[in-house]
Design a protein around this ligand. Structure first.
Ligand code: MLC
Ligand code: AMP
Length: 506
């Protein structure tokens, strides 16, 4: 079954002989078996093919998280399509860019925004618009799927064929589509499932969004590869997570999950007695959070390090010392080296430099950006991550900063340039500098430092521009006005000074 479709075969193998096993426990009390999951995926594949999807065609998706969305992802892989998930928070302006850049054959949007999105799709010349509602049980995609019969072998796809494109913001303000192959996704999922000792007995609490690699590939693909089960939550909600903890065995989250859980009186050693693993990633987990968690629950959170372009690169050990503040050791098959940015030579152990990674987990390149790809991905297969790090004598990697101008807020990436470009459109703004400031809940929060024209401090106008153009998580949590931006002798804005000046804002 699915033998000729590389990723689908990898994701299906573990559950084939145990078809009635539960894939997902839904909040409604419904259980979804592996059989149902893949039968629905097969039906979805037929719908996509009927809509014209041919091998390598992109299928863009901006819908609320539901099991139907998971089935759509698997159906797209089976149909030989390239899955292109979009943050549900993206505005029409943002979506138009992705559709225009990726030229998908089909766009599946939320039924509630169908009229707006049909205009966006038309502008981007996307011919086929399908819909799903927030329950995943209504909308044209669902209706068409219900007309199909299960039974589909999957379109032939080899390890090097593309399975997904996920956009990551760029330093210039223009998002880049990272092209991920069947082989890269399969390799990483299998490695992680083994490394973190997943089995059919595991029950993972899934509360992450499924439009980013953390929720989509790390959490879902590992579960599928191991034939484990999910507590499938549509969004992060403290009470739901606390309800699941006594029945579950694994939680995966961004640091904000752990910070919020620690504040809840319901988090006790007794409640997590059946848990075997807590994984954190996508943003730095503070040592204090790691220590507080250990004290309160008896568990050491396992921190790992990845990127959209690379999947997962390093992980603290499953068995062995999990060192707070580090992202652990290179995963099997992955190489990590630290280079001096000026000389391009390896730095000595214990010294800081640019992190480069290589392995079967890496992306193929940026969609339609060969020059950008060549800048960051060498012919020898090394990827320049843009993160600064240090390796210790035992091979543990610590991330100490970023050479890329990036803010990570609650696990979401925000590139300042994109926000600055929007703010600078205001007729009342001379210039702006967007920075990340330490935030107790989100780790970092977006702050805009603005120089107004002729003293016209139009905060409301700036907020309106941001609301129109940017997803909510990108919008500044605070806007401050200055007479002028601090600059160095070269005329470059001193963002480090601004970060220091506003360090205590939240
Ligand atoms: C929500 N808001 C955020 C935000 N999330 N603002 C900044 N940063 C965020 N991360 C906005 C909301 O829109 C709202 O705005 C206000 O902040 C309060 O929201 P909330 O109710 O507190 O947020 P909540 O819905 O609880 O979401 C918080 C969260 C969520 C942490 C659960 O952000 C989340 O699921 N983050 C995970 C992101 C993720 O999966 N990252 C993986 C990327 S992959 P308003 O205006 O309405 O008040 C990757 C690679 C790797 O990085 O290594 O994994
Ligand atoms: P993204 O492009 O959204 O995939 O984000 C990838 C970036 O998230 C990396 O380049 C890192 O800067 C950051 N990141 C991921 N995991 C960690 C972690 N455990 N600690 C620190 N930063 C992390």
């Amino acid at each position: 079954m699915y033998h000729s479709n590389y990723l689908a075969n990898t994701l299906r193998s573990a559950s084939l002989d145990n078809d009635n096993a539960v894939f997902a426990y839904l909040k409604s009390g419904t259980e979804v078996s592996y059989k149902e999951l893949f039968e629905n995926a097969e039906k979805t594949a037929k719908v996509l093919i009927n809509a014209g999807v041919e091998p390598g065609d992109r299928v863009a998706v901006q819908v609320v998280k539901s099991i139907t969305t998971v089935e759509l992802y698997l159906g797209c892989i089976l149909a030989g399509g390239v899955f292109l998930p979009l943050n549900t928070d993206y505005t029409a302006t943002e979506v138009e860019y992705f559709l225009t850049d990726a030229s998908p054959k089909v766009f599946v949007c939320d039924q509630a925004s169908e009229s707006l999105m049909s205009m966006v799709a038309m502008k981007a010349q996307v011919a086929n618009l399908l819909t799903l509602d927030h329950t995943g049980e209504a909308g044209s995609l669902f209706e068409l799927r219900e007309l199909e019969k299960a039974g589909f072998e999957g379109v032939q796809r080899a390890p090097e064929d593309l399975a997904a494109i996920l956009y990551t913001s760029g330093t210039t303000g223009r998002s880049k589509g990272a092209m991920l192959s069947h082989g890269a996704l399969a390799a990483n999922a299998l490695t992680l499932a083994e490394h973190w000792q997943f089995s059919a007995n595991d029950r993972l609490i899934h509360a992450l969004p499924i439009f980013h690699i953390h929720g989509l590939f790390v959490a879902l693909n590992i579960t599928l590869c191991a034939g484990s089960s999910l507590y499938f939550l549509n969004r992060f909600n403290l009470d739901d997570i606390l309800d699941c903890l006594p029945k579950a065995s694994v939680l995966m989250g961004v640091p904000t999950f752990y910070v919020r859980l620690l504040k809840h009186a319901g988090l006790t050693k007794e409640r997590v007695a059946n848990m075997r693993l807590f994984v954190s990633g996508s943003a730095p987990l503070l040592s204090e959070t790691h220590d507080a968690w250990k004290q309160k629950t008896g568990h050491a959170i396992l921190e790992r390090y990845g990127m959209t372009e690379t999947n997962m690169n390093t992980s603290n050990p499953y068995e062995g010392e999990r060192r707070p503040g580090t992202v652990g050791l290179a995963l099997p098959g992955v190489e990590v080296k630290i280079l001096d940015p000026d000389s391009g030579q390896s730095v000595a152990t214990g010294e800081v430099g640019q992190i480069h990674v290589r392995g079967p987990n890496l992306f193929t390149g940026y969609w339609k950006m060969p020059e950008k790809t060549a800048e960051e991905l060498s012919e020898e297969g090394w990827f320049l991550t843009g993160d600064l790090g240090v390796l210790d004598q035992d091979g543990y990697l610590t991330i100490v900063g970023r050479s890329k101008d990036l803010i990570i807020s609650g696990g979401y990436n925000v590139y300042p340039k994109e926000i600055e470009l929007v703010i600078d459109e205001s007729p009342n703004v001379l210039e702006s500098a967007v920075i990340g400031v330490t935030h107790p809940d989100f780790g970092e929060a977006v702050v805009a430092v603005v120089v107004a024209k002729e003293n016209c401090q139009d905060e409301a106008g700036i907020r309106a521009l941001c609301a129109d153009a940017l997803a909510a998580y990108k919008r500044p949590k605070s806007i401050v006005f200055l007479d002028e931006l601090p600059r160095n002798t070269m005329g470059k804005v001193q963002k480090a000074k601004l970060r220091e000046d506003y360090a205590g804002l939240f």
